[in-house]
Design a binder for this molecule. Structure first.
Ligand SMILES: Cc1ncc(COP(=O)(O)O)c(C=O)c1O
Length: 387
């Protein structure tokens, strides 16, 4: 049975060109980029070229980009690195948006041990960072505000520049987790760069754009100082010690190049696949379905579709879909034997009952519309059993 993969926000299939690029760096060109002889210099050049390409796409300087072992690690470096650097702690409070990915929220354990107070910024019903709350609570005790560009579960895109502006009034550093929007157009087809998104620290990841897993990057605006929590060699300007993963970094750059050169076509493809799937479901579903996010109120990423199937257990639906060859994910996660409501849906004020009936479908640049229709038809057949 041919599978239909509709979970591209979780990860994406690496492009063949990415795999081809990586293979030579694993097999033949295995030199250590820190070595001064020829093999090392070849590896160093390839990393420099990758950094040049990705920093060009991000609109930043070569020296403002640090490679890390994942998007998670890049977010950790931004947050914990800043907290460690701020030894005097004149500013002792950090604000996290309450719907952040765990790579941000779970740093609170270390931050509280370091003596910081963490406050969660509430979101509106639509899942946007509550700007009124931020305006009323921002003060010069705040070191950092961390808010994601778009949410991985709902695809809701935050108004990042308004958040930056509020922080700027108090000299607050702004970190943005842009893993979901990197080379994934917003504003009806435009790509962001560090000039349009005015944050000081931005983390991205390779495997969401058809690159390899286990590599990410952090943009660090010139002048912002971080302290590394990895002790060792002087790689990545001493911010990320450890021999660089040449294959992953060059594969990342290849994925960036392909995604950048084709971003409008890829964007259109995702939107079309999503539309035909949703149109088919709306027309023929035997159960009531509603979109979780009131889309007229907010901007949602082109490939995201978060749906509630009224009266249907998402857990059962996912199992049946998996058996029918369709991959998607749910708004609740299995934890300690029970279904836990996602913290994102909870923060949006949705009940556990509601969350248990939600499923996230995320369409990719490589999802053919024909397959999207087949997936919808298979899902309709499954839903008939729940009527
Ligand atoms: C919004 C967001 N941030 C961070 C990450 C973590 O990236 P990585 O898997 O490269 O650690 C993810 C991955 O799911 C994500 O969706």
């Amino acid at each position: 049975m041919e599978r239909i993969y509709l979970d591209n926000a979780a990860t994406t299939k690496p492009y063949q060109e990415v795999l081809d690029t990586m293979s030579s760096w694993v097999t033949n060109n295995y030199g250590n980029p820190m070595s001064i002889y020829s093999e090392g210099r070849v590896a160093r050049n390839s990393i420099d070229e990758a950094r040049e390409l990705i920093s060009d796409v991000l609109g930043c300087e070569f020296s403002e980009l640090i490679f890390t072992g994942s998007g998670t690690e890049a977010a950790n470096l931004a947050i914990i690195g800043l907290a460690l650097q701020n030894e005097e702690k004149r500013r002792d409070t950090i604000f996290f948006n309450s719907t952040e990915h765990e790579c941000v929220l779970n740093t609170k354990h270390i931050l509280t041990k370091l003596g910081y107070k963490i406050q969660l910024i509430p979101v509106t019903k639509a899942g946007l960072v509550d700007l009124d709350w931020l305006n009323s609570n921002i003060c010069d005790n705040v070191l950092l505000v961390s808010t994601m560009h778009a949410n991985n579960e709902t695809g809701v895109v935050n108004n990042i520049n308004s958040i930056s502006e509020i922080g700027e009034t108090m000299g607050v550093i702004h970190h943005v987790d842009a893993v979901q929007t990197f080379l994934n157009p917003i504003d009806n087809g435009s790509l962001w760069n560090v000039n349009s998104v005015r944050a000081h620290l931005i983390n991205v990841s390779a495997h969401k754009i058809h690159g390899p897993k286990g590599v990410g990057a952090l943009y660090i605006r010139r002048g912002i100082k971080l302290k590394s929590f990895v002790s060792g060699g002087e790689q990545e300007r001493s911010l990320r010690a450890g021999t660089e993963n040449t294959a992953a970094i060059t594969g990342f750059a290849k994925a960036v190049q392909i995604s950048h050169d084709n971003y409008l076509d890829f964007y259109e493809n995702k939107k079309i696949a999503k539309k035909v799937f949703w149109d088919q479901l709306k027309k023929h579903s035997p159960v009531d379905i509603e979109e979780t996010v009131p889309k007229d109120e907010v901007q949602v990423l082109g490939g995201h579709l978060h749906l509630r199937f009224k009266g249907v257990s998402a857990e059962s639906l996912l199992i049946l879909m998996d058996r029918a060859g369709i991959s998607a994910s749910s708004g609740s996660a299995c934890g300690a034997g029970s279904m836990e409501t996602s913290h994102v849906l909870k923060a949006m004020g949705l009940s556990q009952e509601f969350a248990k009936e939600t499923i996230r479908f995320t369409f990719g640049s490589d999802t053919p519309k024909e397959k999207a229709i087949v997936a919808a038809d298979k899902l309709i057949e499954i839903l008939i059993r729940f009527k």
